[in-house]
Design a protein around this ligand. Sequence first.
Ligand code: ADP
Length: 274
Amino acid sequence: MNIRLEHVHHIFMEKTPFETKALNDVTVSFEDGSFSAVIGKTGSGKSTLVQHINGLYKPNYGSLFIGDQEIHSKTKRKERKALRKKVGMVFQYPEHQLFEDTVEKDILFGPKNAGFHLDDMKKKLPELLEKVGLDESVLERSPFDLSGGQMRRTAIAGVLAMEPEVLILDEPTAGLDPEGQEAIMSLFNEWHREKRTTIIMITHQMEEVSRLAETVIVMDDGRIQMQGTPDEIFRRESEVRALELDVPERVKVLKHIEKETGMSFSSWTLSPKE
Ligand code: ADP
């Protein structure tokens, strides 16, 4: 599904002393079937942007188009709610939202709420479990008896069960060890390869950006500061520096891009003290 935001403004607590312009004239497109990463400092507007796409927020000014549906300041909540069937969202630490007494009930909770046919969903469970790397034996267990990694996979399965046309991931690997991060990212990568779901991922892990994203969107102070392929973005040294990303992350990205493109980044100073 194609997604386009046109001159979207989102202002929290407008016309009060606490007014914050979280999105300031944002125009951006996400092509059907693409895998995009949204990066930027904390507070730059990343979450506000994606929560327009899943229908939680609407613009104060401007419009967005999700497939053939337009969302603007006058769009009713009910119409925005319809997006939940098409747009799946994996929030940060999604395992914190598990609450049912069995894994099966937790996976089926979202689809049930969104009005999916439960018998069809149940038939698809074995395949889904395999895709998220869980054994069928977990279905009758309490999600709270699982390991952290298994809990996250359970929560992710609940979103993937709806086979959303658009999948939004908000730092999906936060808090996992490197092995867990790799496993979760390959799960999404595999899903994207097979289903061609449009994926929009917020992340601070630059290695994930360079390895998986086809397009990178850099946000700063509520605006789109840059947009391009990972190497186009990371070539723009001084601007990327201004993002204040961690040095170890930048080093990893550079090494990766050097390997992939044969380009040298000797102009970057990467002293360990920096
Ligand atoms: P990011 O995801 O990049 O960290 P956010 O979209 O969460 O950024 O926030 C953008 C700006 O909007 C920040 O200044 C933040 O404090 C403000 N903001 C976010 N959510 C709310 C809210 N519910 N009420 C008021 N201000 C908010």
